[in-house]
Design a protein around this ligand. Structure first.
Ligand SMILES: C[S@@+](CC[C@H](N)C(=O)[O-])C[C@H]1O[C@@H](n2cnc3c(N)ncnc32)[C@H](O)[C@@H]1O
Length: 214
């Protein structure tokens, strides 16, 4: 597991201030519900669910939801929020590198701002796991960091296109890619939609990706 990334998020999820920006579903994710319904999707995995904003949203819309994260504090908050809203879903602590699910389990896997913490090899392994647990024709929606991001190239390079920012030796790695990198990483998928979006801060460029498992 990219342990340092999970540790940093675990600390953040433990406080109301840390959670504050991560409680409302992203419009691109919320907007996929009609598409999923039209395709007859039922089984959904939120990989790296954080405090559960998307997992609970999908449960609210009637999907059968599994949600995993490495950070216990986020799962704990999601569990309490689900109980308060009377929502049913499965939440468990697990690692994106070895998903605890059988092959071809899900119609849709979401991993929003998660899988890029690591090297290109780490990202490739996670995408192979996502491909494995998706049914043929299932959808993956997620984000990657773009080389257009203002942070690209800043900090300590630990592998090609992978940087650790700040002086904290435990700070977590970020992998950035361009179109050519995406083509390699997503070779097992059919591209349905790809945009570059600034998230939260100016210059914070992310790829927003929707693909179908071949
Ligand atoms: C930026 S937060 C995003 C949370 C959620 N996807 C959202 O959009 O609200 C990243 C989350 O991914 C989790 N994470 C990062 N690397 C992980 C890994 N290798 N395995 C499991 N969870 C991981 C972190 O613990 C954190 O909760």
């Amino acid at each position: 597991m990219a342990a340092t990334a999970v540790e940093a998020w675990d600390e953040r999820w433990a406080t109301p201030e840390g959670r504050a920006d991560w409680l409302v579903p992203h419009p691109a994710v919320a907007g996929l519900v009609p598409v999923l319904k039209a395709r007859g999707a039922q089984h959904v995995l939120d990989l790296g669910c954080g405090v559960g904003r998307h997992a609970l949203f999908f449960a609210e819309h009637g999907f059968a939801v599994e949600a995993i994260d490495g950070a216990a504090a986020g799962l704990d908050f999601a569990c309490r929020d689900a109980a308060a809203r009377d929502l049913r879903l499965s939440l468990r602590q697990a690692d994106a590198d070895t998903l605890p699910f059988s092959d071809e389990s899900f119609d849709y896997v979401l991993s929003w701002n998660v899988i890029f913490h690591g090297t290109m090899g780490d990202v490739g392994r996670r995408l192979a796991e996502i491909w494995r647990v998706l049914k043929p024709g299932g959808l993956f929606q997620g984000t990657m960091l773009s080389k257009r991001d203002v942070q690209f190239g800043r900090g300590r390079a630990i592998a090609p296109d992978t940087f650790i920012r700040g002086s904290d030796p435990k700070a977590h790695p970020h992998f950035y890619c361009d179109l050519a990198g995406l083509a390699v990483l997503f070779a097992g998928f059919e591209l349905l939609s790809l945009t570059q979006e600034e998230q939260r801060r100016p210059g914070s460029w992310h790829w927003h990706i929707l693909v179908e498992r071949r």
